[in-house]
Design a protein around this ligand. Structure first.
Ligand SMILES: [Zn+2]
Length: 235
């Protein structure tokens, strides 16, 4: 079982990785991880500058979002993270940013089609976009309802095969089996969003890649016969 101390370090490191990769401005971003064994979530505190953030500043909550450790307030997006951990029982980490290219697609309320193999390596299909939220959901428990809108967008979809979403008029939420993978997926999503924008600019009629090429790339990394990387390497 992974100790909570180790999870705190991984969550801090994932938050810093988002800054290093240019995905967050100021403190606009947050990463969290979960210990499923203990039913505890570790999340970034609200408004603490990244350069001053230490593992002990992170906030620990239960799966209802109730703080069980920490003196600081949790990221205001905590209820969205909680909704995702409850809605998607296989995920171990969640990342949210307003990274520019992915957010541009979210603001355009357009899913990102799979135009190439880089995308196909990570997402088994287009990156989905949520439905716009009605006023009563925005005026009510907004962050929790944002999570509910994401879970609704995944009806009939597998969140393990599509590790991220564009929240309409807002930005990306990305996840993975660990918070480290979630941060990596967020960096890749930003790159896919950038390439997809250039692709559609260069060719307004650009078509998604064939399902044969898409499946070949996705399944060589993720299928039961995956062969990408070294044997035994964590994918
Ligand atoms: Zn946001």
């Amino acid at each position: 079982m992974k100790s909570l101390g180790l999870l705190r370090e991984e969550v801090l490191e994932a938050n810093l990785e988002l800054v290093r990769r240019g995905l967050v401005l100021y403190t606009f971003g947050n990463a969290s991880g979960i210990s499923r064994d203990e039913g505890l979530i570790v999340i970034k505190p609200s408004g603490v500058p990244y350069e001053k953030m230490k593992p002990e500043h992170l906030v620990v909550t239960d799966l209802q979002g109730k703080v069980v450790e920490g003196n600081l307030r949790a990221s205001s997006d905590l209820p969205t993270h909680v909704a995702l951990y409850n809605g998607f029982p296989h995920i171990g980490g969640v990342v949210h940013t307003h990274s520019g290219y992915a957010t541009a697609w979210a603001q355009a309320r357009r899913e990102i089609p799979c135009f190439g193999t880089t995308h196909a390596d990570y997402f088994h299909g287009a990156v989905p976009v949520t439905e716009p939220m009605p006023a009563d959901e925005i005026e009510g428990e907004y962050e929790l309802n944002t999570g509910a809108a994401i879970v609704r967008a995944f009806r009939g979809k597998d969140p393990r095969a599509l590790p991220g979403v564009l929240v309409a008029n807002h930005g990306p939420f990305v996840w993975g089996p660990t918070v480290t993978t979630a941060a990596h997926n967020a960096v890749v999503l930003e790159s896919l969003a950038r390439m997809a924008l250039f692709t559609t600019t260069l060719n307004h009629e650009a078509q998604p890649i064939s399902s044969a090429l898409h499946n070949r790339h996705y399944l060589r990394k993720h299928g039961s016969n995956a062969y990408y990387g070294q044997a035994g390497e964590k994918k």
